[in-house]
Design a protein around this ligand. Structure first.
Ligand code: TA6
Length: 301
């Protein structure tokens, strides 16, 4: 995007000092939102939230210092949107994992500032889908509302005249003080499919421990999940809707080091908690229907 494009975006959508567009890393277009002392940064590529600092002043999301900012490359960290498939596209395993939304440019639909929030709605142009079977079939809209909390919703619309099956996730990377100091009590007693064991089902009989690689698809999670970090005393509550699953991922030391865009020691300070509709639990959208997948993130220090 040129500086003229950024000027045009600001002319159409900037909101006083609370929402503005600029050239971010590698010249990629980003948007900065504020609500009082809370701040959020978002790249138009992927509608990717790369930073969220609530009024408490503590960064909530983990972003890899080694993330690669370049067109068509997914950013490592923050909140990538997985859509219109999560993980491998089983019918087309050669296609990129987690779909094409996270590497596509979104357009701005609208922005709003009022006493309640600073908000933006972005959309993925259905005519530009990189695969013909997806062209004009599905539209993704993503709305973000920054206030004392962070609210977001992915809306998938079936534009076609036949049922559409898709899977998706809000692949959220949370920053933590240390893997050994966090607890997620809501997972205890849930059933999960373990990707590290070819999706073998297990029950989470005691508290989850993150002392090695974890890659699990939890089934039927409760609406609210608490992430308790005893290292920094921060309690993050994540309320999600429209999801059949909650994916929990930490790559562990070896996989982190094998990924060029993942800081070598980053696995110690992050955990992904992802409201998702994954694997066989994707969603079937009837013609004209809309599915909403969202989450509300709230932190208390
Ligand atoms: O959500 C967990 C997961 O699917 C893992 O299996 C792991 O591969 C991770 O996402 C990251 O995927 P990415 O394509 O961003 O490298």
């Amino acid at each position: 995007m040129t500086s003229a494009d950024i000027t045009a975006l600001n002319a159409d959508f900037a909101r006083d000092s609370r929402l503005k567009f600029s050239a971010g890393k590698a010249g990629m277009t980003k948007v900065d939102l504020t609500f009082h002392e809370a701040k959020l940064e978002l790249y138009l590529q992927g509608a990717h939230i790369t930073r969220y600092r609530p009024i408490t002043g503590v960064e909530v999301l983990w972003m890899s210092d080694s993330a690669v900012y370049q067109p068509a490359q997914a950013l490592r960290g923050g909140i990538p949107l997985c859509w219109p498939w999560f993980g491998v596209d089983t019918e087309h395993p050669d296609r990129p994992q987690h779909g094409y939304a996270r590497t596509s440019d979104f357009s701005v639909v609208s922005t709003l500032t009022d006493d309640q929030a600073t908000s933006i709605i972005l959309a993925l142009d259905p005519t530009l889908a990189p695969y013909s079977a997806w062209q004009n079939r599905a539209r993704l809209e993503f709305e973000i509302r920054l206030s004392d909390t962070l609210w977001m919703e992915m809306r998938s619309h079936n534009l076609s005249s036949s049922p559409l099956i898709l899977s998706n996730a809000l692949h959220s990377y949370f920053t933590i003080s240390s893997r050994s100091l966090v607890a997620i009590p809501a997972l205890t007693r849930l059933t999960y499919l373990d990707k590290l064991q070819n999706y073998l089902p297990h029950q989470q009989v005691s508290a989850i421990t993150l002392d090695s690689e974890v890659d699990r698809v939890y089934q039927a999670p409760p609406a609210t999940i608490d992430l308790l970090d005893s290292g920094n005393g921060i309690h993050t509550s994540i309320r999600s809707w429209g999801n059949n699953n909650l994916v929990i991922w930490n790559p562990g030391e070896q996989k982190a080091q094998a990924m060029t865009d993942f800081d070598d020691d980053g696995f110690e300070r992050m955990i992904c908690i992802e409201p998702a509709n994954a694997l066989q639990q994707g969603i079937t959208l009837q013609p004209g229907a809309c599915h909403r997948l969202g989450q509300l993130i709230k932190t208390d220090a």
